[in-house]
Design a protein around this ligand. Structure first.
Ligand code: C2E
Ligand code: MG
Ligand code: MG
Ligand code: MG
Length: 281
């Protein structure tokens, strides 16, 4: 209980601790309801080929429109979901919503591959590939249009089980990406045992690579690593033209970041694609 004893032995009520405990509990309950009631929604951030600028997909990013707190960022609620057994229903919800949107774009004449971030716990559950297979089938889409972005921490917590689940996902034909590459631990050795298709260079190295020689060295090394493993290199956090140019020169395949576009509401994606296609023609 949120009480501790002061020097005289009298129980002192720790309001701060209590508050934290209570708000955490509220957040969990609210998040569970948000998933059940469909209050989460997705924004989509475009990605483009570094050399031609052609759009090659979008990343789905979760948003929570909270009834009183307004728009809540994923950095706030994903950890709550991870710690409280909600990441699996949340991930299923996000994949379902992203595939439904992908199908709607396809029906409107746009083939837009979608990437979804997958919470760590999902990779430790043997049923996860089967769940993903069901969702893909339900939406009638080719598996190659779905990329799952995973983080190294997911793999490190139980490598054997994670590799097994990743193998199951690969067999479905979905693409696998290692997100925030370079920020975790022992990343390189896992590249041997995992069949992933894509490496996402973390924006902490990318954004300032033109002004920071250390960042630039890391980016060049990671692009070379991706090359040697036959992986597509994707840079996130590209905020200006110079960085895009430097990445293209370094041999990076795909760029993503505010310079191309911020994450967009679903209904703005088609007009954005249309404008861009027109500008390119
Ligand atoms: P992430 O997957 O690395 O996503 C990239 C984050 O960087 C996004 O923040 C995006 O809005 C932001 N970003 C994109 N371009 C730029 C740029 O040029 N500069 C800067 N400074 N930032 C940029 P967001 O949407 O707040 O997401 C944060 C993180 O939350 C994601 O990082 C991802 O790890 C997690 N996340 C988001 N949606 C989901 C989800 O559906 N499931 C799970 N498990 N995690 C999610
Ligand atoms: Mg991501
Ligand atoms: Mg990332
Ligand atoms: Mg990140």
């Amino acid at each position: 209980y949120a009480a501790k004893r002061d020097k005289s032995g009298v129980a002192v009520y720790d309001a701060r601790l209590h508050e934290r405990g209570a708000s955490q509990l509220t957040a969990v309950t609210e998040l569970r309801h948000a998933i059940d009631r469909g209050e989460l929604f997705l924004h989509y951030q475009p990605k483009a080929l570094a050399d031609t600028g052609a759009v090659c997909g979008v990343e789905a990013l979760a948003r929570w429109q909270h009834p009183t707190r307004g728009l809540v960022r994923p950095d706030e609620f994903i950890p709550v979901a991870e710690e409280n057994g909600l990441i699996e229903p949340l991930t299923r919800y996000v994949i379902d919503a992203a595939l439904r949107q992908c199908r709607a774009w396809q029906d409107a004449g746009w083939e837009v591959p979608v990437s979804v971030n997958v919470g760590a716990a999902c990779l430790l559950h043997a049923e996860f590939p089967g769940d993903v297979a069901d969702l893909i089938k339900r939406h009638g889409l080719p598996a190659r249009l779905l990329t799952l972005e995973i983080t190294e921490s997911a793999i490190i917590s139980d490598p054997d089980r994670a590799v097994e689940v990743l193998r199951g996902l690969t067999e479905l034909g979905v693409r696998l990406s290692i997100d925030d590459f370079g920020t975790g631990y022992s990343s390189i050795s896992y590249l041997r045992s995992m069949r992933v298709h894509e490496m996402k260079l973390d924006r902490s190295f990318v954004t300032h690579m033109c002004t920071d020689a250390g960042d630039s060295a890391i980016v060049h090394a990671l692009v070379a690593l991706a090359r040697n493993f036959g992986l597509q290199a994707v840079a996130e956090g590209v905020e200006d033209q110079d960085t895009w140019t430097a990445l293209a020169e370094a041999g990076c395949d795909v760029v993503q970041g505010y310079f191309l576009s911020e994450p967009l509401p679903a209904e703005e994606v088609v007009s954005w694609l249309g404008d861009r296609a027109a500008a390119h023609a």
